[in-house]
Design a protein around this ligand. Structure first.
Ligand code: GAP
Length: 481
């Protein structure tokens, strides 16, 4: 029997990630996510994605596009600019009303979101409060009535509103720009969709209902962003705007709520107990009805918003029509009706999805290793479709014959799967490394491989091993992956 055929077994599977600090250092050590600009001392609320982080993020994005676009006949893709005409943000209501409420510690001058401080105070005191879209005046009342202080115990300044749009300055001779050439980095990707609605209508000629989907960066001057990649100043949104006749509103709202929840459970493999809907009682300025899908982020202390499903009514097209002077209405040939289409939006943060996938999959297991000893492993039990690396190819040692054979195997598989070749450290350590980044299969090339032309395939979750002929590997993985 060769060395790898001694199978490891799980004796206990328990802990989950509970602290944000632990999460951050694990994600960094394993090459998923790095804090930005570390060599300059860091840059708050911006993160960089390493090799495995990008591969995982790309897999989530591809699965989203597959279900939102590829598997449907009524949704199209767009990639619009991050910069748009500045009037976009006046028309959209963001220049006037895209605000959070800020308070400052009078002594330390640290800034906080007033709604977060009030919510934390109520939670700590076992009381409930509805924090939906509270105004600065309402928050001021709550702070005064309950004598709420800063986390350092100091008095707070009077709450004031703070615009979240990130301003930029673009050199242009366009006279319709204001004097200072102020423009904005987009605060949400969907505005690009509204600006291109007319072009899609004129060129693709879709009938209602139809959708436009877009994945891309958005930017917000978040007041406090200390929740790892949950809330950052630069992030990626995956948004879909579904243009429809308002008479179909209720049916479509239910349809999109179900579609999105089913995608999280069935495609991403998230347990349904960790997901729930939350209805918004008080609405953001553009919405006429809204639900969030919340995920139970253990590292953030409980259920938090993951995705928004918004009935935006005819707000956006009406506003952009008014400000641009373009007609953005729709003529229904069959009924003879002319109306401004209403919009149903699904909007999810790609970074939040990635955070959820990592939290959900992260497990510590006590195992009995190949030597029969008690051991521990961290394993990322995510769906193979999501795994950054699908197959790791590991020569048992650095002997040239094994390296050559392992490279032969690598060349067979690397055109079809994201693979990784690793010949460093002991085989046990290399298994642990692959478990930790969620690689579903490890192939070991040993001395027997040189004569029987077979390799050992190890399954991440069961740790069971089987011998497969190299010539059969492609067929084997076609079934497995
Ligand atoms: N177009 C609608 C819109 O932008 P939103 O509720 O403000 O709605 C939608 O954002 C989603 O974008 C959120 O549910 C969240 O997943 C993600 N998101 C929003 N702000 C974020 C931030 N600062 N960092 C990371 N993700 C964010």
């Amino acid at each position: 029997m060769n060395q790898q055929n001694v199978t490891e077994t799980v004796s206990q599977s328990n802990s989950v990630l509970t602290s944000l600090e632990q999460f951050k250092s694990w994600a960094k050590e394993n090459g998923f996510i790095y804090p930005s600009s570390e060599i300059y001392g860091g840059f708050a609320a911006v993160y960089d994605y390493g090799h495995y982080g990008i591969l995982l993020k790309n897999n989530i994005q591809r699965l989203w596009e597959k279900s939102m676009v590829q598997e449907r006949e009524d949704v199209y893709l767009l990639d619009s600019g991050i910069f748009m005409h500045p009037k976009t943000w006046v028309a959209s209501g963001h220049v006037g009303g895209f605000e959070d409420v800020l308070v400052e510690d009078k002594k330390t001058h640290k800034r906080f979101r007033a709604d977060h401080l009030v919510e934390e105070w109520f939670e700590k005191h076992g009381k409930s409060v509805d924090m939906d879209k509270k105004t600065a005046a309402e928050l001021s009342e709550l702070i005064k009535a309950n004598n709420i202080k800063s986390p350092d115990g100091n008095e707070l300044t009077e709450p004031r509103s703070f615009n979240l749009l990130v301003k930029s300055n673009m050199g242009t001779t366009d006279a319709s720009f204001n004097n200072e050439n102020v423009t904005y980095l987009r605060g949400e990707t969907c505005q690009g969709i509204y600006l291109e609605y007319k072009n899609f209508r004129d060129t693709l000629r879709p009938k209602l209902p139809f959708g436009i989907a877009q994945v891309g960066k958005a930017f917000r001057n978040e007041i406090v962003a200390r929740q790892f990649i949950f809330r950052t100043r630069e992030f990626e949104q995956m948004e879909m705007q579904y243009f429809h006749n308002p008479k179909d509103k209720e049916k479509l709202f239910d349809m999109w709520k179900n579609e999105r929840m089913n995608w999280l459970v069935n495609v991403l493999g998230i347990s349904s107990e960790n997901l729930r809907f939350k209805k918004h009682e008080k609405l953001v300025f553009y919405a006429t009805a809204a639900f969030d899908i919340e995920y139970n982020f253990k590292t953030l202390g409980g259920f938090k918003e993951l995705e928004g499903i918004h009935d935006r009514g005819d707000y956006d097209l009406t506003q952009h029509s008014k400000f641009s002077g373009e007609k953005l209405d729709y003529f229904d040939q069959e009924s003879g009706e002319r109306f401004t289409p209403h919009i149903m939006e699904t909007s999810v943060g790609l970074n939040r999805l990635l955070m959820m996938v990592l939290e959900e999959g992260w497990v510590v297991e006590e195992i009995v290793n190949a030597k029969g000893e008690k051991d521990k492993r961290i394993v990322l039990k995510i769906k193979p479709e999501l795994s950054p690396i699908k197959i790791a190819i590991l020569p048992l040692s650095r002997k040239i014959e094994l390296q050559t054979k392992a490279k032969e195997v690598l060349n067979i598989l690397k055109g079809t799967y994201q693979t990784q070749y690793d010949e460093t450290a002991s085989i046990g350590k290399r298994y642990r490394r692959q478990d930790e980044i969620g690689t579903p299969y490890c192939l070991t090339v040993d001395f027997d491989s040189l004569t029987d032309n077979s390799v050992t395939v190890r399954d991440r979750d069961t740790m069971k091993q089987e011998r497969i002929e190299i010539s059969q590997l492609k067929d084997y993985f076609k079934l497995k992956l």
